[in-house]
Design a protein around this ligand. Structure first.
Ligand code: SF4
Length: 240
């Protein structure tokens, strides 16, 4: 595991749970609006100050009974070769696991589900299938994301979908397309979701410098997107 950050306490990142957050290094995407460039850009990743897996595990062991769960985020956690073993060790201590992912590695998702290692999945839905292909320059991306989502909805874990609404990547019309796409993966998907989160893009720190000058959507635009989703999903949250 390459761990670039560790937050010892949060009440915001794992719904209903007091948690700690592990930030993994590296990502196979390059979303220009990414808020964690120091975990994604190889020129910025600080391998020298990598946090040791054992230090994280030791800390968690000392917090049994105080924390309920651990969020593993990134970067893209499913790139980590030791992810499965790391989660197994944490689960053994009695903690619940929330995993944030771009869902592009369906084979890893499948392995984690097979061993029932993740309690709560948070999948980023970045944009429409067409724009995903342009954005990631990967042909098999949609197939993998759809596979990951189907695997999770067929399991007993909770699933949250979330979209960061970055101008140029998601607009009102795109939201209609996203809803159709998701419905096409599983026509009951919206009733199975724990929630759908819409979060505004934050320009203070971005992977591509030019994106720092992009103006985020106004709250009313986010509300309009949320209204579209609410026709299908009972729990939609807007995080501005
Ligand atoms: S937003 Fe997520 S998927 Fe995109 S580059 Fe950043 S860490 Fe990777």
């Amino acid at each position: 595991m390459f761990i670039g950050g560790f937050q010892k306490f949060t009440m915001l990142d794992y719904p209903g749970k007091i948690a700690a957050v592990v930030f993994t290094m590296g990502c196979n995407f390059r979303c220009p609006y990414c808020h964690n460039p120091e975990l994604v850009d190889s020129k910025l990743i600080d391998y020298e100050n990598e946090i040791k897996e054992n230090d994280v595990l030791k800390f968690l062991d000392s917090r049994k009974g105080d924390l309920d769960g651990i969020c593993i985020t990134g970067g893209e956690p499913t790139l980590q070769l030791g992810l499965k073993e790391f989660i197994k060790k944490i689960k053994k201590m009695g903690f619940s696991i929330k995993l944030d992912t771009n869902a592009s590695h369906s084979s890893i998702v499948s392995e984690l589900i097979e061993d029932n290692l993740v309690d709560y999945w948070a999948i980023d839905i970045k944009t429409t299938p067409e724009k995903y292909k342009i954005m990631t320059k990967k042909d098999d991306i949609i197939e993998n994301i759809e596979k990951s989502i189907s695997l999770i909805t067929g399991s007993c874990s909770e699933l949250e979908l979330r979209t960061t609404v970055a101008p140029g990547y998601v607009n009102q019309k795109d939201f209609d397309e996203i809803i159709n796409w998701i419905n096409g993966i599983d026509q009951n998907i919206f009733s199975k979701l724990f929630r759908y989160s819409i979060q505004n893009f934050r320009p203070e720190k971005t992977l591509h410098n030019g994106f720092e000058n992009v103006k985020p959507y106004e709250k009313k635009e986010l509300e309009k997107m949320s209204k579209k989703l609410k026709k299908y999903c009972g729990n939609v949250v807007v995080l501005d």
